[in-house]
Design a protein around this ligand. Sequence first.
Ligand SMILES: C[S@@+](CC[C@H](N)C(=O)[O-])C[C@H]1O[C@@H](n2cnc3c(N)ncnc32)[C@H](O)[C@@H]1O
Length: 219
Amino acid sequence: MQEIRTFHPRRGRMTPAHFDALNRLLPQWQIPAGTLDVLSLTSGATNAVVVEIGFGVGDATIEMAQRDPQTLIIAIDVHTPGVAQLLLAIERLGLTNIRLVHDDAVVFLRQQVPEAALAEIRVFFPDPWPKARHHKRRLIRPELVTLMAQRLAPDGILHCATDWAPYAEVMLEVLAAEPLLTRATPDMGERRNRPMTKFERTGIHQGREVSDLVFRRLV
Ligand SMILES: C[S@@+](CC[C@H](N)C(=O)[O-])C[C@H]1O[C@@H](n2cnc3c(N)ncnc32)[C@H](O)[C@@H]1O
C-alpha cells in the first residue's frame, strides 16, 4: 500500500549555483543508500546522531551544527532549492557535521535507520495541513510517531515545534498516547536551545504563538 505523503511536491526557483551545488556537493554530503551505519557516523569528533525532519532552508540546521560540533545532524528535506542552499552553506562555512537526505524522511527512517539508533529527532514547524481532509498527511500522527520513537535510543529525545495552535493540541495528544514516550522536562524549558527557524519567524510576524513539545523515549 502506498504511504500517504506528508508533503506536496513543490517547485522552487533553482539558480545555476543551486544546480552546481547539487551536482558537486550532494554526492559528498548525502547519506548513501542502504542501512545507516550509525557507528561509522559517530566516529571522530561526533558522538551523537540526530535527525532533523523538514529543515526547509536549513538556517536552524546550520546554527545547531555550529553550536554543537560534537553532534552529527542528518538533515532531511524533499525541497530541492533548500537542499542546494544548505549544501552551499556547508561549503561556505566549512561545516563537517551535517549529512543530507534529499528524500522522504518517513521512507528514510523506515528503510535505513535501525531501531534505537538516534539520540534525537527534531521536527520543527512541520506543515500543519489545516484542512480536516488533509490531517492524514501530518507528520505527527500516531503511526509515524511510533516509527520515530522506535528509531530513538532509550532516553533519546523527540523535539517538535509548531506555530499552529490546533496542531499543537493534537501533537500533544498523539505524543502523550505513544507508549514508548514520556514528556520530558528539559533543564532549559521546552524550547531548549532551539534556534529560530524561517517558518517560525513568519509565524511570529503573523501573530501566532509557538509551542515546543519535548518527549523522551523510555528505556
Ligand atoms: C513548513 S516547512 C518548515 C521548514 C523549517 N523546519 C522551518 O521551520 O523553517 C516544512 C518542511 O518539511 C518538509 N517535509 C515535509 N514532509 C517531509 C518528509 N516526509 N520528508 C522530508 N521533508 C519533508 C517540506 O518540504 C518543508 O520544507
